[in-house]
Design a protein around this ligand. Sequence first.
Ligand SMILES: Nc1ncnc2c1ncn2[C@@H]1O[C@H](COP(=O)(O)OP(=O)(O)OP(=O)(O)O)[C@@H](O)[C@H]1O
Length: 297
Amino acid sequence: MSLVINKLSKQIDQQATLDAVSFTVAPGQIIGVIGRNGVGKTTLFRTINGQYLADSGNITVDGQDLARHPQLKTELCFIDPLANFFRGTTISQIKAYYQAAYPKFDTTKFNQLLNRYHLTENQKLRHFSKGMFGLFTIILSVATNAPYLFLDEPLDGLDVLVRKNILSILIEEVAGGQRSILIASHNLVELEGVIDRALMLKTGRIVNDYQLEEMRSRARKVQLVYRDKKVPDLLRKTGRVVHVSGRVIVVVFENYTPELKARLDTTNPVFQEELPLSLTDLFMANLTDEADYELLS
Ligand SMILES: Nc1ncnc2c1ncn2[C@@H]1O[C@H](COP(=O)(O)OP(=O)(O)OP(=O)(O)O)[C@@H](O)[C@H]1O
């Protein structure tokens, strides 16, 4: 079972919004799609899910081309946060629509989740707050039983308790090993510990594809303090400087080996400490530019 995105490209207004994006989704994973504002995360979800037509590239589900086998669309679920056509309908009308569209729709699960969050079937979506609408779209996505779920900023606007609940629902959903969830989000702190893999998008391209557990075992964030304010060349050559504050420099090294540590010692830091590496550090190391560092320094 797999979903393969193969060299997907999309131009919008002559701009390459997606540029030959390729990746494979295996079952049982939660994947974070991470990138700065406007890099193309939503466009990627919309193009994979057929809301936008790709200019080139293709998508296969278990080896079959999605464009040639439209029935395979029931294997994917993406509810666009801007889906305004829902607004005038009631929960029960939407349920009927999704039951018809998704043959494996799990009505029991849907009803249980509605009850858990005190939502009732006769409620109209236009009365929902932003957070309630977000919560409802997650319940609906989960209930489709589609193996591949795409959630765009699913935690946006939800209060802390609901966010935690949602994340545990999502973890439960993938635990069976049959489903995968892709989450586009800026909320790196909350994604930490939830996602297994991070796809980092920059100007429409995937620039990093990290298996986080493996990444954490070989990468380190190191804080170094020097006598003067000059950043040694070795740091820039072997790692990504993510913070400079006076004589204190913080660097992310993706391959922190004993040999590299020995080379760092030769730069004579007056203090050196290994710090835990977070998703935010990986974001800073890969998706920020020199100009951003100046702002942060
Ligand atoms: N329908 C559209 N019409 C015009 N431009 C569009 C459209 N959809 C996307 N774009 C442009 O494509 C680029 C990528 O937008 P997209 O919404 O995919 O980014 P994003 O990574 O999801 O951003 P954010 O993190 O801010 O939600 C932006 O420059 C955006 O203006």
